[in-house]
Write a protein of this length. Structure first.
Length: 273
């Protein structure tokens, strides 16, 4: 086999991710008074311990509240961001903070200003297509497939099809809380209903569990000995995040996994901090 077809682009063009649903729920959540959200709900949810499963009601609630607390100009991509200003202030060294912008959504605002879509869902689809497709999904698929001499074709990203889809109302794609509604409706009768209406099943690695088990000692040793982590981060905060993650007080796997990758990158290429 030298060529395969891929479904890449379906979730981005038809609002298929949970983050689109989170953004819609957030419009209702923000009707609550700010003091209730910030003073009662956020502290109570933050105290809930992490659960071992990937999702589950508690984990999804914690993730929703964490994303909802971020600036709304992060749009639905707030739920792809796994830190906050308070944590960043404690985690990074003063030198590092002075060298980078502290605004994680600066680029999103700039591109959002160029988008002329008339509804929220289509504006978010535009951001997904602009950022997540080019810098994440397509990049990873292309590198992994070409490493094995495999060509991947993406029919759902045929540009006339994407352009036509962009003219359709957002509610046709995200109908209440049902994602990819127009695509599901099109396939009804062609595929079994249990396929058409099946919920999305991600295939991410169980990183948070690995960091608590198989990779625990590796993580602790690597992060505490890494020159670049020690130079650019506050080690008390790094070890606090490790402890909270191991004790299941919070799920810090995205931050810790990012630091692990930076440490391995420096080890491999010998970059000086």
């Amino acid at each position: 086999i030298t060529v395969c077809l891929s479904g890449e682009g379906g979730d981005e063009s038809f609002a298929g991710y949970d983050r689109f649903k989170a953004s819609r729920i957030d419009t209702l959540y923000r009707r609550l008074p700010g003091p209730v959200r910030r003073g009662i709900i956020e502290p109570l949810v933050a105290r809930l311990p992490d659960r071992p499963q990937k999702k589950g009601a508690v984990n999804m609630l914690k993730r929703f509240i964490e994303g909802a607390a971020l600036p709304p100009d992060g749009a639905h991509l707030r739920w792809q961001y796994f830190s906050n200003a308070a944590r960043d202030a404690c985690l990074y060294s003063e030198r590092f903070k002075n060298a980078v912008t502290g605004d994680p959504f600066e680029m999103l605002r700039a591109y959002n200003a160029r988008c002329d879509a008339g509804d929220r869902v289509n504006r978010e689809i535009y951001l997904d297509t602009r950022f997540m497709m080019t810098d994440s999904v397509l990049m990873k698929v292309d590198r992994m497939s070409m490493a094995h001499a495999l060509e991947i074709r993406v029919p759902l990203l045929d540009h006339p099809f994407v352009e036509f889809n962009a003219t359709l109302p957002g509610d046709w794609k995200l109908k209440r809380m049902r994602t990819k509604e127009i695509l599901r409706s099109t396939l009804k009768g062609l595929l079994p209903d249990n396929i058409v209406y099946r919920g999305k099943q991600g295939y991410s690695l169980p990183v948070k569990t690995l960091l608590r088990t198989t990779l625990k000692d590796f993580m602790i040793e690597l992060l505490n000995e890494s020159p670049i982590v020690r130079s650019e981060c506050n080690m008390d905060t790094v070890n606090r995040l490790i402890e909270e993650h191991l004790n299941m007080a919070h799920n810090h796997n995205h931050v810790l996994w990012g630091l692990i990758n930076v440490a391995l990158w420096q080890r491999k290429f010998g970059v000086r901090p």
